[in-house]
Design a protein around this ligand. Structure first.
Ligand code: ATP
Ligand code: MG
Ligand code: MG
Ligand code: MG
Length: 475
């Protein structure tokens, strides 16, 4: 089943069950929603309906929403299931059916529409949370038992996995996720859904919207309990197409092939190349969609997300030896694969290409300048007989000149010089602390604070351990 067929199968299934089909909204949330920078789920554009602030066009809705998840950016290329920019299929009930209806639809479509064997489906249910003052979601357990899921395939999970919030405020509630058991070829006998294993792939989340989260953190019941679900189209494609990673599905193979052609390197030949090819495929899609929705590169907010995406892609392209000026070539393939479903990509092709070309040019200049400075630092380090490049110098390159830390490590490594990565990490921590003090932390959602933190981490891999050496840096 192609990605287009999956999209159509889902939407028509729900249409034939009295749902009104809605087009995807923009990645840039509407004015009324300052809680998120970018649309991270299908329910975002529908929030006013859930909150009872606007009348929905129908009490049952279905959509395929383009989404962007900045917090997932570090996972891209390392897991088989995460993208920054992906499509989320959803069915929504605004005060109409609730837990039982949502679970029955999901079960029926999984088995009859997508061909899953009942015994391969596991579900998770909210285990309760003291701080929220909520017990286990017994109603959901009963619903799944009634459908015929045996108790041992119903797994209770806590707030992190099974309580859904679209931001610091807004409608929220417990959820129940559906996982496909991909079998022992993908993991161990004692693996369970919710662990970060390859055996159980989460493909659908059913959110039981019962509460409004208030700015002070308290919950008030919503006027009418509602349903919000999200099924990752790209994950379903992975399953339907019998491949092991989202990057081997039909929307991505042309982009991976382009990277192979431009770099002269083969996919699945070397983990560093693989990651670069995947990051390039994911990020070039993301940047195309963001620009088509009116985002322009900038140093703050969503413009920063875009800039960061471009720079990460440029660094990865460089790493595997792709000649400069490649971003627009990727954008062309993004249009070929996605333009039919998302005509805005074609409509704004010139704008997309213009921004990609100009950002690539200017970042390449930054890189050239950073590299000259790095040369000086390396010479100085050698002249001083120092153990490696000091944390301050690496931090200055990163913070003041926008030169990515991993490039510093890599290029210095090629010259046989280490970098004080632990010291660098400490300086990064200090900087993070500063911005954290300004606002409270809010994990797991795409808030402004998270973006600021993300910005301050520009270029740095998430973990550093001691002095990096030449061996690790030859890639
Ligand atoms: P995971 O635990 O795998 O990170 P999630 O619980 O964060 O997923 P949800 O917020 O429940 O995901 O989103 C609903 C659905 O959207 C998921 O079940 C999955 O199919 C899909 N999805 C979520 N994040 C991504 C992503 N980064 N890339 C591709 N698909 C995703
Ligand atoms: Mg996630
Ligand atoms: Mg999850
Ligand atoms: Mg989930």
């Amino acid at each position: 089943m192609t990605s287009d067929e999956i999209r159509e199968r889902y939407l028509s299934f729900f249409e034939s069950r009295d749902h009104k089909r809605l087009p995807s909204a923009s990645l840039v949330p509407a004015e009324h929603d300052p809680s998120v920078l970018l649309t991270t789920a299908g329910m975002h554009p529908l929030k006013p309906y859930f909150q009872g602030r606007e009348q929905p066009p129908h009490h049952r809705l279905t959509s395929c929403q383009k989404c962007f998840r900045t917090p997932d950016i570090d996972q891209v290329g390392l897991t088989t299931r995460h993208l920054t920019c992906f499509e989320m299929l959803g069915n929504f009930s605004i005060g109409d059916y609730f837990k039982e209806g949502a679970a029955q639809f999901a079960w029926e479509l999984s088995i009859e529409g997508f061909g899953f064997k009942p015994e391969d489906i596991w579900v998770t249910v909210f285990a309760g949370d003291e701080e929220l003052g909520l017990g286990p979601d017994q109603e959901a357990i009963d619903v799944w038992l009634k459908i015929g899921v045996p108790r041992e395939r119903i797994v209770l999970l806590g707030r992190d996995d099974n309580f859904w919030q679209a931001g610091p405020t807004g409608p929220c509630g417990p959820c129940s996720e559906l996982y496909l058991d991909r079998g022992l070829d993908f993991g161990e006998e004692d693996d369970l859904p919710g662990g970060d294993n390859e055996r159980f792939l989460e493909y659908w989340n059913l959110v039981f919207m019962q509460y409004e989260q208030n700015p002070v953190g308290t919950l008030t019941p919503l006027p009418a309990p509602s349903i919000d679900t999200g099924l990752g189209l790209n994950r379903m494609a992975l399953i339907q197409q019998g491949v092991t990673s989202i990057f081997e599905t039909d929307q991505f193979t042309p982009l991976i092939a382009l990277g192979e052609e431009l770099s002269g390197k083969r996919y699945e030949s070397d983990p560093v190349v693989d990651r670069a090819l995947r990051v390039l495929a994911d990020h070039t899609r993301g940047m195309s969609f963001l620009i088509a929705d009116g985002v322009v590169p900038d140093n703050a907010d969503r413009g920063y997300v875009l800039r960061r995406l471009m720079r990460r892609a440029i660094v990865q392209g460089r790493r595997i030896g792709i000649e400069p000026g490649f971003l627009p070539k990727y954008a062309q393939v993004v249009r070929e694969t996605m333009g039919k479903a998302y005509p805005e990509l074609i409509e704004h092709a010139d704008t997309v290409d213009m921004w990609l070309a100009s950002e690539e040019e200017s970042f390449n200049r930054t890189l050239e300048q950073g590299m000259r400075m790095l040369e000086d630092v390396i010479e100085q380090t050698k002249a001083d007989g120092a153990e490696g490049i000091g944390a301050e110098a690496a931090f200055r390159l990163h913070d003041t000149y926008g030169f990515p830390f991993d490039l510093t490590v890599e290029l210095a490594g090629e010259r046989g010089v280490g970098v004080d990565a632990q010291g660098f990490e400490r300086l990064m921590d200090a900087q993070r602390e500063k911005s954290r003090a300004v606002e409270n932390e809010d994990d797991g959602v795409d808030t402004r604070e998270q973006l600021r933190r993300f910005a301050s981490e520009a270029g740095a891999p998430s973990k550093f351990t001691g002095y990096e050496t030449t061996e690790q840096a030859t890639a």
